[in-house]
Design a protein around this ligand. Structure first.
Ligand code: AMP
Length: 609
C-alpha cells in the first residue's frame, strides 16, 4: 500500500465528476473539494479500493458519497452500494448526504437501516427497492441472514469510521458481511485512526488499495492568541456577536464558513445586526473580490465572511480577529486561516467554534500547531451590558467635551420645567431613546456552560449506539425508544398506535396524522433527542409516546407531533427552551439549500429514534 497525503489544489470539475453532480454541488454551495475529497474521488471513480484516513469534519462523507452517486444505475432498484456505519445516527447522516447529492437523480433511493428501528418498516422499505443501503453492522447482518437484503448487485462497499466499529465491538460483524459480498466489488475503508485490527481487515479484504491520509501541517503561530468556544446552549450567530462585541482590540474580522451560501447568509445576518459585513466567495469576480478587500482595508467594512479559497492570500493588517465559524477541514486550512490575522507585527486573535462532535479536529489542530488552544468563556449578558454601558458613557463624554451644547442645555431645562422633572430624569429619557435598536441590556438568558469532554472521548454530544450500546442491542427487535429512556414503548407515527388505556396527560386526541415541526436547536448546541423529548413532554404535557420521529441536525431539529394539538400545548411549546435556547417551534417548511448547519434536504422523514 502506498500512502498519499491529501492536498487541495483541485476543483470539483478536475475530479472527473459528471456535469449533473457538478451542478448539484454548485447548488449546495460547495466551492472546492476538501483535501480528502480531492484525493479520494478520482481513485474511487476509477473503481479502485481505497483506505482513507480521515475524521469527522474533513468532508469524508462526500469523498465516498459522490463517487457512489456516479456509479448507481437507477434502472436497477437493487442495492448497488452498501455503507456500514458504527451508529444509527451516522447511518442517517450519510443517507441524508447521499439524498442531498441526488437532487438531479430523480428516482434515486437510499435507505438507512439500523438497530432499534422496527423490522416491519425496514422490510417494507427494502422490498420497495433501494439503490444504496446505509446501515449499522448488526442490523445489516440480520437482513442478510433473513435474505431480506440481497447483495447480488453490489458494486461498492464502504466501511465508514472503521475504528469506531472496532471500538464498539462490531468488527466481527463487519468481517461476516464482507465475506458475504460478491467477489467483484470495490471497497473503501475510512477510519480516523489505523489500529492493527483495521489494517488486518484492510489487508484481507481490500485489493491493492490506495491509501490517503489527511496532511497534518505543523506550523508556528506564536503571535496569535488562539481560543475555542464549544458550541452549546446558544446559536453560533448569537455567540459570535456577543464575542465580537466584548473582545478587546476588535478592529476587523474575517469569519470562515464552509459554503458559498453560508457566506452570504451569515454576512446578511450580521449586516441586519448592524455590522458592516460582506461575503467573499468564489462566485465573486476578481474585481468584486478586490473591492471587498479594499473596503476591509479602508474600514468601510469591518467583517468579511469568507470561504477558504476566497480568502486565500488576504493581507489586511487591521484584521484583528479570525473566527472559524465552521471548523476547517484540516490543520493546514486552520493554519492558513489564522494567518490572516496578526499581520505586520500586530497581535492577532483566532477564535474557533467547535461542535461537540468536532472535538477530535480541535485536538488535531492543537497537535499540529503544537500549542494548546484555550477554552473561551462566552461573555455573559452582564459582560455585554457593561461593555455597552462603558461605550455609551465614552460617547457621551466625547460629546460633553465638544463645544456648543448651550442650545441643547436650554432644551433640557425647558423639558424639565414643562414636565416638572429633574434634568437627571430628562437625561435618563434621552439615554433610553439613544439605545433604540441596540438596547444596553441584551434580552435572553445566559447558557449553562458545559465542560468539554476529555481528549480521548469519542464523538461527545452524540447519542445512540455510539454510547457503547452492546452489540446485542443493535440487533434487537425492540420497538423504537429514546436513548436513556426506560422501556416505555413510543408511539411511532404510522407503525403502531398508542394503547387505548394509555391516556395522555392532557386532552390530546391521538390522530393518525402527524405534523412535522422544526425547532431551532440541534447537535451543535449539544442537544440530544432526550432533551427535546423531555422539554416537549414537560412543557406541553405531551407524553413521550405521542411524540413521533425526531430528526436531529446540526443547528436545528424536526419533531413529529400529532395533529390537533390543543392551543394550550401549542402556546407552551412556543415559549419552550432547550438548554436555554428558545426552540421557536413552527411547522417545518424545510430549509433553503446550502444551509450552513450541515443539514441536508431529506424529504423522507430522517429518522425515528
Ligand atoms: P463530514 O466530514 O463528511 O462529516 O462533512 C462535514 C461538513 O462539511 C458537512 O456539513 C458537509 O456538508 C460539509 N462539506 C463537505 N464537503 C464540503 C465542500 N467541499 N465544501 C463545503 N462544505 C462541505
Amino acid at each position: 500500500m502506498s500512502t498519499t497525503e491529501a492536498t487541495n489544489a483541485l476543483s470539483f470539475a478536475d475530479l472527473g465528476l459528471s456535469d449533473s453532480l457538478l451542478k448539484t454541488l454548485k447548488d449546495v454551495g460547495y466551492e472546492t473539494p476538501s483535501p480528502i475529497q480531492a484525493a479520494c474521488i478520482p481513485i474511487l471513480l476509477e473503481g479502485r479500493d481505497l483506505i482513507g484516513q480521515a475524521q469527522t469534519g474533513t468532508g469524508k462523507t462526500a469523498a465516498f458519497a459522490l463517487p457512489l452517486m456516479e456509479q448507481i444505475d437507477l434502472k436497477i432498484s437493487k442495492p448497488q452500494a452498501l455503507v456500514l456505519t458504527p451508529t444509527r445516527e451516522l447511518a442517517i447522516q450519510v443517507a441524508e448526504a447521499l439524498q442531498s447529492y441526488a437532487k438531479n437523480l430523480p428516482g434515486f433511493h437510499v435507505l438507512p437501516i439500523y438497530g432499534g428501528q422496527s423490522y416491519t418498516i425496514q422490510l417494507k422499505q427494502l422490498s420497495r427497492g433501494a439503490h444504496i443501503v446505509v446501515g449499522t453492522p448488526g442490523r445489516v447482518m440480520d437482513h442478510i441472514e433473513r435474505k431480506t437484503l440481497n447483495l447480488d448487485h453490489l458494486k461498492t462497499m464502504v466501511l465508514d469510521e472503521a475504528d469506531e466499529m472496532l471500538r464498539m465491538g462490531f468488527i466481527d460483524d463487519v468481517e461476516w458481511i464482507l465475506e458475504r459480498t460478491p467477489a467483484q466489488h470495490q471497497t473503501a475503508l475510512f477510519s480516523a485512526t489505523m489500529p492493527e485490527q483495521i489494517r488486518r481487515v484492510a489487508q484481507k479484504y481490500l485489493v491493492e488499495p490506495r491509501e490517503i491520509k489527511i496532511k497534518s501541517a505543523t506550523a508556528t503561530v506564536a503571535a496569535i492568541r488562539q481560543v475555542y468556544w464549544q458550541v452549546s446552549g446558544m446559536h453560533k450567530l448569537d455567540a459570535l456577536t456577543r464575542i465580537l462585541e466584548v473582545e478587546d482590540n476588535f478592529d476587523a474580522a474575517i469569519i470562515f464558513v464552509r459554503t458559498k451560501n453560508a457566506t452570504v447568509e451569515l454576512a446578511d445576518k450580521l449586516s441586519a445586526r448592524g455590522y458592516a459585513a460582506a461575503a467573499l466567495n468564489g462566485d465573486l469576480n476578481q474585481q468584486m473580490r478586490e473591492r471587498v478587500i479594499e473596503q476591509l482595508k479602508s474600514g468601510a467594512l469591518d467583517i468579511v465572511v469568507a470561504t477558504d479559497v476566497a480568502a486565500r492570500g488576504i493581507d489586511v493588517p487591521r484584521v484583528s480577529h479570525v473566527v472559524n465559524y465552521d471548523i476547517p477541514y484540516d490543520t493546514e486550512a486552520y493554519v492558513h486561516r489564522i494567518g490572516r490575522t496578526g499581520r505586520a507585527g500586530r497581535t492577532g486573535n483566532a477564535i474557533l467554534f467547535v461542535a461537540p462532535r468536532e472535538v477530535s479536529m480541535l485536538r488535531s489542530i492543537e497537535r499540529a500547531t503544537r500549542q494548546p488552544i484555550a477554552p473561551l468563556t462566552l461573555p455573559s449578558r452582564a459582560d455585554v451590558t457593561n461593555k455597552r454601558v462603558a461605550d455609551f458613557k465614552a460617547s457621551v463624554a466625547e460629546v460633553l467635551n465638544a463645544e456648543g451644547l448651550d442650545f441643547f442645555s436650554n432644551i433640557v431645562s425647558q423639558i424639565a420645567e414643562e414636565q416638572n422633572v429633574s434634568a437627571e430624569e430628562v437625561a435618563a429619557a434621552l439615554a433610553m431613546m439613544c439605545q433604540k435598536g441596540k438596547p444596553l441590556q441584551i434580552p435572553g438568558e445566559d447558557p449553562v456552560a458545559r465542560p468539554l469532554p476529555a481528549a480521548d472521548s469519542r464523538r461527545p454530544g452524540t447519542f445512540g449506539e455510539r454510547d457503547r450500546k452492546p452489540r446485542s442491542e443493535d440487533r434487537s427487535d425492540s420497538r423504537p425508544r429514546f436513548d436513556d429512556r426506560p422501556s416505555k414503548p413510543r408511539f411511532e407515527g404510522g407503525d403502531s398506535r398508542p394503547r387505548s388505556e394509555d391516556k395522555p396527560r392532557r386532552a390530546m386526541a391521538p390522530s393518525s396524522d402527524m405534523i412535522t415541526y422544526r425547532i431551532d436547536v440541534g447537535r451543535d448546541h449539544g442537544v440530544q433527542v432526550k432533551d427535546i423529548v423531555g422539554a416537549i413532554a414537560n412543557e406541553a404535557g405531551i407524553e413521550s409516546r405521542f411524540i413521533g420521529r425526531i430528526g436531529l441536525y446540526d443547528e436545528s431539529s424536526t419533531v413529529e407531533l400529532p395533529a390537533g394539538m390543543p392551543a394550550e400545548a401549542a402556546n407552551a411549546l412556543k415559549r419552550t427552551r432547550v438548554r436555554g435556547i428558545p426552540i421557536n417551534m413552527r411547522p417545518d417548511e424545510g430549509r433553503p439549500d446550502g444551509a450552513s448547519d450541515g443539514e441536508r434536504k431529506f424529504k423522507k422523514k430522517p429518522s425515528s429514534y
